[in-house]
Ligand binder design. Structure first.
Ligand code: ADP
Ligand code: MG
Length: 697
């Protein structure tokens, strides 16, 4: 008998009443293969009873839900076009619903006297009407005007709909799923934990999310399920962290001559924030466990020197260091600034870029494999498989979010659990940080070196172009330099490139004929680009017209003005990074943002840039306005697709969930205690595949 005992939640979806092979296959395609997974297909939204209006109370221009019966339907013709129309009546009046396209698949959905809910903006033309309403076919017992029930609506696709799985179809099979397995929805949390956090039971919450009785319990159910999702995400983080801590790495405990001498020869005093970062890193490097630390700090806060001193500590103890940078310009700059100091103490640094080939490359690889080269700096060229280190002890990853999991892994595999120092100038909103690098230790450098000048930011409209030019002229005459930046958006790259080229010609020939103007963009050869950059650095060029290639890394203390054209096409965080390129010397900086044509609304967004220079605040604002998609490539974090929680909005739930998850794992890393069996079970069935993925990070 026990052979057949199976948790009904694990029943294959095809065998659920009302599904069958055709729907089953379609459901599989959207990731639903069991009853359990169907129950986790949460509604997209709800038919809100508070918004239901009798037809005779409708007002033109408002958005409303109307529930009524289909009185007639069919194709209508005017002289200009055909359209499909249904007329519904709710006893108080009649409403026309019109579809002007998509007619073929909408037209065979309706039957006379069918009960429907429609939603949309009310028009009036020979009576009340809605064009292209959202609509939902209801069952006889599904009438929120009478039952007071809130009705769940599910997202669907054309192919699901054609198999009968529109919202109503989903409601039906989900009702079956609840009957089939609802009783088995046992809670993975103990009642202690639940009452401490204030969570309703799991089973109740799943029932409620699909079939809410009222708004209040629905709210509680949503909270519970969001907490769940974020909790298990944090369990992943906590486990990953515990795993890293267990791994044996070589400790690098001693400060030796390299570090001591370079420290003495630094042309400046470290800021307190840099000293704190070094303290954290020293402690980590001294342990026989892998360091996994992220240094987060605004552009110009001085992360490079922190990376250098971390490297010298490792070199002092006989280890090698790999420094990975996302662009050639940045790799070169790291190389240059590190080499200057390393040469003084005879510490061997080399640079490896994609262009290096043949003999030269072979020799370099040879020296890396014998350990003669102690610090290897480069782009992704340094992660190629034939590069072997003798003793890789530390991996420094600059702008770490620009690298994929696989790239980081290939570099890490060149050593035996080398310590990791990741750096980023992207001020990641706190909410995202705990979700995305929840497994890392984070040090924030929140202080700029004392000589840094404040940057004044102005949003001006394009009709003030002339004034902007005059301002640039004045600054250049005073001996300063200027960036003019154009956005290149990938989809329209060619057009953008052409536009920036045209502008460059105009600027150099017509506007500033007396000034030397340079031009760089992503498509020109790196040799040429570097020539221009070097010329700009030496002040042979005073105005540099550029696309986003200058985004990271460039250090030109004499540049005081940055003009950003079509600024609304950049994210705020990106604008913040760009403007960090100026005001790096002893003169104040000016950032001038020019939004594209006719966007009063967008320049409101840009106003945030005028009012603050706090990178975190800007990042939070960006997240709120644009969602998390812009912060990281979706590929890298695709495994974290959330079903119900919203990373941008559920920060406080995320923090609470993190606290509890870490508490559980700190106390019981393997989830062996009886109180944690429910968590272990759910983790195994639903999250372990993500764990495997995380391990490679
Ligand atoms: P980022 O954090 O953006 O990578 P960098 O490391 O490139 O910043 O540092 C920016 C500039 O500030 C460099 O020219 C660097 O030499 C200088 N710098 C770094 N730390 C200090 C400091 N403590 N005092 C003065 N200047 C510093
Ligand atoms: Mg840097």
């Amino acid at each position: 008998m026990t052979n057949f005992a199976q948790n009904p939640l694990d029943t294959e979806i095809t065998y659920l009443k009302g599904v069958g092979p055709v729907r089953g296959k379609l459901l599989n395609e959207i990731g639903i293969s069991t009853v359990r997974e169907l129950l986790q297909y949460y509604p997209r939204k709800y038919l809100d009873r508070t918004n239901i209006k009798p037809i005779n109370h409708l007002k033109i221009g408002e958005e409303a839900v109307i529930i009524g019966r289909v009185q007639s339907f069919g194709l209508r013709k005017t002289r200009r076009r055909n359209f499909f129309q249904i007329v519904i009546s709710d006893g108080s009046g009649r409403l026309q619903c019109n579809w002007f396209n998509g007619i073929s698949w909408i037209s065979d959905k309706f039957t006379i006297n069918q009960k429907v809910a429609v939603f949309g903006k009310i028009d009036f033309y020979k009576g009340f009407s809605i064009s292209h309403p959202e609509h939902d076919i209801l069952d006889e017992n599904e009438d929120p005007t009478h039952t007071g029930k809130i009705i769940a609506q599910y997202s669907s696709s054309a192919s699901l709909k054609s198999a009968g799985l529109d919202s109503r179809g989903f409601r039906k099979i989900i009702t079956n799923a609840l009957l089939h397995g609802g009783r088995e929805l046992s809670d993975h949390f103990t009642s202690n934990l639940r009452s401490e956090v204030g969570l309703n039971s799991y089973g109740e919450s799943i029932h409620t999310i699909h079939q809410p009785e009222n708004a209040e319990t629905l709210k509680q159910a949503i909270y519970r399920l969001k907490f769940d999702e974020l909790f298990f995400l944090q369990i992943l983080m906590a486990k990953k962290k515990a795993f890293t801590k267990k791994e044996i790495s070589t400790p690098y405990p001693d400060i030796g001559n390299y570090t001591r001498e370079i420290y003495e020869k630094l042309p400046f005093q470290l800021t307190n924030a840099q000293i704190n970062a070094m303290r954290d890193i020293r402690k980590d490097l001294g342990q026989p466990h892998q360091m996994n630390r992220l240094i987060q700090g605004d552009v110009g806060c001085g992360k490079t020197v922190v990376a250098l001193l971390s490297s010298t500590i490792v070199a002092d103890n006989g280890g090698q260091i790999a420094v990975l940078a996302p662009t050639e310009i940045l790799a070169r700059q790291h190389y240059k600034s590190m080499k200057e100091l390393c040469d003084l103490v005879d510490l061997k640094v080399e640079l490896l870029l994609g262009g290096k080939k043949g003999d030269e490359r072979d020799k370099l690889l040879q020296k890396v494999s014998t350990g003669e080269i102690q610090i290897l700096i480069g782009t992704h060229a340094i992660i190629q498989p034939d590069i072997e280190f003798k003793n890789l002890g530390l991996v420094v990853i600059d702008e770490q979010h620009r690298f994929g999991v696989e790239q980081r892994k290939s570099l890490l595999d060149k050593g035996n659990h080398p310590h990791i120092l990741a750096m980023t100038a992207t001020p990641i909103p706190r909410t995202l940080a705990i979700t995305y690098h929840g497994d890392m230790d984070v040090t924030i450098i929140d202080e700029l070196p004392g000589n840094r000048q404040p940057i004044k930011t102005f949003v001006v409209t394009s009709d003030q172009q002339e004034r902007v030019y005059n301002f640039i002229r004045k600054e250049v005459n005073n001996g300063s330099q200027c960036f003019i930046v154009y956005p290149i958006i990938e989809e329209s790259e060619k057009l953008d490139l052409k536009a920036s080229e045209t502008e460059f010609k105009k600027l150099s020939k017509e506007v500033f004929p007396e000034i030397s103007v340079g031009y760089i963009h992503g498509k020109i050869k790196s040799v040429e680009r570097d020539k221009q950059m070097e010329a700009f650095k030496r002040n042979e060029i005073q105005i540099l017209v550029a696309t986003t290639v200058i985004e990271v890394g460039i250090d030109i203390p004499n540049a005081t003005v940055m003009v950003i054209e079509n600024a609304d096409r950049f994210g705020l965080a990106q604008l913040h990074q760009l403007r960090g390129r100026i005001g790096r010397g002893d003169k104040p900086g000016f950032c001038i943002l020019i939004p594209g044509k006719n966007d009063g609304f967008i320049s409101e967004r840009l106003k945030i840039m005028e009012s603050t220079s706090d990178g975190f605040l800007i990042a939070d604002e960006d997240l709120r306005l644009r969602g998390p998609g812009d912060f990281f490539g979706t590929k890298q974090h695709g495994y974290m697709k959330l079903k119900i929680a919203d990373i941008a909005r559920d920060g406080s739930i995320a923090r609470l969930a993190r606290q509890y998850a870490f508490h559980v794992i700190d106390d019981d890393p393997e989830l062996k205690k009886s109180d944690h069996q429910g968590i272990l079970q759910k983790f195994k069935t639903e999250y372990s595949h993500m764990y495997a993925y995380l391990q490679t990070g």
